[in-house]
Structures are given as C-alpha cells and as structure tokens.
Design a protein around this ligand. Structure first.
Ligand code: IPE
Ligand code: IPE
Ligand code: MG
Length: 224
C-alpha cells in the first residue's frame, strides 16, 4: 500500500454549481467552502500531512471584479471566524503565491501563517494568486542572482514549495482535464484523479474512494 503524505486539489466547478442551483456563481463559491471544511476534516482523519488547495490562480485576475471581491471577502470572513479553531486543531496554514490582496487580507494571511507556524497535525497550503510558471521563473532568477548551480535540489529549494514534499495525489473536480498552471514541477510523479463532480458536490465518500484507489496503484517512478 502506498503511503499518503500530500494531497493537492484543484477545486473547480463552483461557478457552474452556483449558476445551476442558486442562479449565482458567487453562491457556488460559498457552497464550495463547505466542501473545503469537509475535506480538511477528512484529511486529518486519514492522517494526511499536507493538503494543498488551489483557491485562486494568477490567471483568475481576468475574472469580473465582483466575483474576485466576493472570493476574497469569503476567505477573509472564513479566516477571521475559523483561525482560532484551526490553530487549536494543530493545523498549519501556509500561503503559496504572492500576497497582493487588500491590506486586511494580507494582514490576516500573514497573521495566520505566523500564528500556526509550529503546528504539526496537518499543513494546509493555500495556493492564492499562485501560478506555477511565475514560481519557476522566480526560482531561476534567484538561482542566477545567487550564482548557485542549477540542479533539481537547488531549484526545489527556491520554489515556494520548499520543504514541502511533492503531492502524492492530484485531484481536479469539475469535469475538466487540465492543470491550469498548478504545480507543474511538483506534479511530475503524482497520481492524477479527474473527478466529474463539481467542487460543491464533492463529498467525503468521493474523497475516500480516491484515497483507496491511490493506495493500491503501482507507482513505478521509472522502475518496473
Ligand atoms: C473554481 O471554480 C474556484 C476558483 C477559481 C476560485 P470556478 O469558479 O472556476 O468554477 P467554474 O469552473 O466556473 O464552474
Ligand atoms: C483553476 O480553475 C484555478 C482554481 C481552481 C483556483 P480555473 O477554473 O480558473 O481554470 P481554467 O481557467 O478553467 O483552466
Ligand atoms: Mg473553473
């Protein structure tokens, strides 16, 4: 059975769910947050150590202002309400991506990272304003600036995922089969699961099913 350390998720399909069931994309984002809470709980139950959630890509700035503002308000409210609880559960929050949001949200995210830095039950990496291509370019720039040798180890040290093991599993919900600029380097050997359900409709049962399937996959890493 494969050990399971790190699950990464592209939480896609909120907008379509919201339009279909509530006549509003934003309502889909709100509902999607409930799935986030379910998956965090289940990850702890399943002794997963790292959960990386793609919440906002560098390309998502192309969306209407109204939707972007709603998403960040949702996150702001979530953090203000839940941070104490998250901390008590020994969960660490880390942001992947550059914090270029409102003053209040930047502050909250920095505060959450600092407050939970020593927590060790589960690390949640929130990919927010995250783009894998810019992450890679910046890593190469740092290597060049510091005149270090280009090799896998040095590159990984300069990625935002420094000290985080590569994902064992990538899940993308929402019936779309693409990576959308997510962890292009880190996913080189991950097991990929494309899920038809939209993110707000994704359940703990669906999650467990994927975990079980993953545990029985033969991972070769090039061997036979
Ligand atoms: C993913 O859901 C969540 C974010 C990008 C924040 P979408 O908003 O992309 O939902 P669809 O794909 O339009 O249904
Ligand atoms: C990927 O979903 C980003 C997040 C889930 C945050 P998108 O809905 O933005 O991806 P594309 O644009 O359809 O590829
Ligand atoms: Mg989408």
């Amino acid at each position: 059975m494969n050990p399971l350390n790190h699950v990464a998720i592209i939480m896609d399909g909120n907008g379509r769910w919201g339009l279909k069931y509530r006549n509003s994309r934003n309502e889909g984002h709100k509902e999607g947050l409930k799935t986030v809470e379910i998956i965090i709980k289940s990850s702890i139950k399943n002794k997963i150590k790292f959960l990386t959630l793609y919440a906002f890509s560098t390309e998502n700035w192309k969306r209407p202002k109204k939707e972007i503002n709603y998403l960040f308000k949702l996150l702001e409210n979530f953090l203000s309400r839940k941070l104490d609880d998250i901390h008590k559960q020994n969960i660490r929050i880390k942001v992947l991506g550059y914090k270029k949001f409102s003053k209040k949200l930047n502050f909250l995210l920095n505060f959450a990272e600092k407050k939970t830095i020593k927590n060790s039950k589960l690390q949640i990496n929130l990919a927010l304003n995250y783009g894998s291509k810019s992450e890679l370019i910046n890593a190469f720039k740092k290597i060049k600036r510091n005149k270090i040798k280009i090799n896998e180890k040095n590159l990984e040290k300069n990625l935002q995922t420094n000290n985080i093991p590569d994902p064992d599993i990538l899940i993308r919900t929402g019936n779309t089969k693409r990576l959308s600029n997510f962890l292009l380097w880190q996913l080189a050997y991950s097991e990929i699961f494309f899920e038809k359900k939209l993110w707000p409709a994704f359940t703990e049962k669906d999650y467990i099913k994927i975990i079980k399937e993953y545990k029985n996959v033969k991972r070769n890493f090039g061997r036979i």
